[in-house]
Ligand binder design. Structure first.
Ligand SMILES: NC(=O)c1ccc[n+]([C@@H]2O[C@H](COP(=O)([O-])OP(=O)(O)OC[C@H]3O[C@@H](n4cnc5c(N)ncnc54)[C@H](OP(=O)(O)O)[C@@H]3O)[C@@H](O)[C@H]2O)c1
Length: 283
């Protein structure tokens, strides 16, 4: 699998396996299967309750820890130094690992207070704890998640070590153009979460845009889901998809075998109907 290179030189596989909602025994089985079919990059979080099973699946695979790339996240509610410092150690303990490859602030705001504008001071307190852990070798790279370009502007100049990645919701119906551009202009990598578009795109009834997705999928001789994933991969640089089914694990990895033309990427980026659908963008 291809890697991207983060701004501090750390390599990160461009396709990751999402673990949200894959809890307990079913999660453990899915992680073992994902490892078997070739995934080495896994995305977990304290709030997903999947760190223990993921760590166990990795140890039980017998594959050396260094071959994996593991991301976990600081809960959005934790906006102070001490709690962030403790949270890093607790994630390491649950994973049963002595380092994480990437650790990110899950959200710029506590989830219950998404509409309150400015958590910069709290985010910088958390960042201080993350920077310390980064320097101590407990984390190989540090970043953020769900930060709009405005959230980034509020902290960027005040970060001694600059954030290396922003993980954001990004799919054909939500390209987050301004935030993606801001991150890339500042040397940050972008990772796409919910790259399949979720219920709005594929639900019953699907958005009308689904017809367009299907026609592009036909052109490239892939499934609509593969088309969506490949679009998110090429647009963002890193894609994180979740599935509990082996056949989907395989078909999601097979997006490495085709490429969407520049012309079609530009046309597909125009599909974005998010605002028209009345849903509020996070960024
Ligand atoms: N930072 C954040 O705030 C944040 C927020 C949300 C998610 N994430 C991360 O991003 C990961 C991915 O996002 P997500 O879990 O929301 O959604 P997703 O990966 O876009 O979609 C998952 C859904 O798509 C289905 N699916 C997967 N592959 C498929 C395929 N090839 N064909 C048909 N259906 C397929 C899965 O069902 P089956 O199991 O039946 O295949 C599942 O219902 C999460 O697991 C999590 O790690 C981060």
């Amino acid at each position: 699998m291809k890697n991207i290179i983060l701004s501090n030189g750390v390599e990160m596989p461009e396709i990751g396996f999402g673990t949200w909602q894959l809890t307990g025994e079913a999660g453990y089985r899915a992680f073992r299967e994902a490892i078997e079919v070739g995934y080495r990059h896994f995305d977990t979080a304290e709030s997903y309750d999947t760190e223990i099973e993921l760590g166990q699946a990795i140890r039980d695979s017998g594959i050396p820890r260094e071959e994996f790339f593991i991301t976990s996240k600081l809960p959005g509610e934790f906006k102070a130094y001490e709690i962030a410092k403790a949270s890093i150690d607790q994630s390491l303990e649950r994973l049963g690992m002595d380092y994480m490859d990437l650790y990110i602030i899950h959200a710029p705001w506590p989830w219950e207070e998404m509409d309150s504008p400015d958590w910069a001071d709290g985010n910088l307190e958390a960042w201080r704890a993350m920077t310390e852990a980064y320097k101590a070798g407990k984390i190989r790279a540090i970043g953020v998640s769900n930060f709009s370009y405005m959230d980034m502007e509020r902290i960027w100049d005040r970060c001694e070590v600059k954030p290396m990645l922003n993980q954001i919701q990004l799919h054909i119906c939500h390209v987050a153009a301004s935030t993606t551009k801001w991150c890339k202009d500042h040397g940050m990598a972008v990772a796409a979460w919910s790259p399949l578009g979720g219920a709005p795109l594929m639900g019953k009834p699907p958005l009308p845009e689904w017809v367009t997705v299907k026609s592009y999928a036909k052109k490239y001789n892939v499934t609509p889901q593969q088309l969506c994933l490949r679009f998110a991969l090429q647009y963002a640089g890193v894609v994180i998809a979740r599935t509990g089914q082996k056949k989907h694990m395989l078909s999601n990895l097979a997006i490495q075998d085709f490429e969407i033309s520049e012309e079609d990427m530009l046309a597909m980026a125009q599909i974005d109907p998010y605002w028209a659908g009345g849903e509020k963008s996070l960024y």
